[in-house]
Design a protein around this ligand. Structure first.
Ligand code: SF4
Length: 292
């Protein structure tokens, strides 16, 4: 019989759990609640909360909104969002993750320190990602975003560099970037770096790699837009090339369920446990096995 197993370490991180609880709490009060952007990069969970009444809006719609209640998700927001809320009499339910909030404060302090304009504040992160927009906003848009080592090569090494990271980036690449800058920074300039990667993601990696390597076939459950989903899935692929990214039961490919002894189901910090369980039960059913 083919063994099917869920990775117990996968699923929502505490930042996402808190944001969803806050949304559920507010919705239970019966008032209209808007959320600025998808509450989590997982369309199934977004649909579940929509069915409970949560209305997702984008930044353009937010600017037009007045006298309403809006939830800010775990990724955080730039200062302009709070200014708009104040002007439009919008009540903010702030679910910014404390880890992101701390990072925002550090970047703001860094930006406010005197450096005669000679300092480059660099954020290793994904351009356009909500968290990164919130971080860049702390430096009034002056921070430089680099997505990978290749882009670090374009920095001005004759000027001081302060390096930070988006919370969900890869630790390995962060340290490659640090090494590269150290090797190239001018003797007249200073380089300081801060590992601001969230351990809710980084600490999962060794376990996830072990889990992926211990099965013949892996279904990695994640929304396609999730940044930590892409990163954690690539870790699975490294140790198990028979890993597949899916975000619903419709994406389970029956042709993969043959000539194997074990199947693992795992996911990102933005993947709800209920969705992994649904996929687990569907696989069991397709294999003709009893479910949970
Ligand atoms: S991954 Fe970390 S920083 Fe991001 S929301 Fe989760 S707990 Fe917060």
């Amino acid at each position: 019989m083919i063994k099917v197993e869920i990775d117990e370490g996968s699923g929502f991180c505490f930042g996402v759990v808190t944001a969803i609880h806050k949304a559920e709490e507010e919705l239970a009060k019966g008032a209209t609640l808007y959320c600025l952007g998808d509450i989590v990069h997982n369309s199934r969970e977004v649909e579940r909360l929509k069915s409970m009444g949560l209305i997702t809006i984008n930044h353009e719609e937010f600017k037009q909104l007045h006298n309403a209640k809006v939830l800010l998700r775990a990724h955080g927001e730039p200062p302009e969002t709070y200014i708009t809320a104040y002007k439009n009499n919008i009540e903010i339910i702030d679910a910014t993750c404390p880890v992101v909030l701390r990072l925002q404060k550090r970047i703001k302090q860094e930006y406010q320190q005197e450096d005669n304009g000679e300092k480059q504040i660099v954020i290793y992160g994904q351009n356009g990602h909500a968290e990164v927009l919130g971080l860049v906003g702390q430096a009034t848009g002056q921070a430089i975003v680099i997505e990978k080592l290749e882009e670090a090569k374009g920095l001005d090494f004759s000027k001081n560099i302060r390096l930070y990271s988006q919370t969900t980036k890869s630790l390995d690449e962060f340290w490659e970037i640090v090494d590269y800058i150290k090797a190239h920074i001018s003797p007249n300039a200073t380089f300081e770096y801060y590992d601001t990667i969230c351990r809710q993601v980084a600490n999962r990696m060794p376990n996830l790699r072990k889990f992926a390597a211990s099965h013949d076939l892996i279904f990695f459950v994640s929304g396609k837009k999730s940044s930590n989903g892409k990163m954690l899935f690539s870790e699975c692929l490294k140790v198990n090339p028979n890993s597949h990214l899916i975000d619903s039961i419709e994406e389970i490919d029956d042709s993969l369920l043959h000539d194997i002894d074990s199947i693992g189901v795992c996911g990102a910090t933005s993947t709800p446990k209920w969705l992994m369980e649904q996929i687990y039960m569907e696989i069991k059913a397709r294999l003709g096995q009893e479910s949970l």
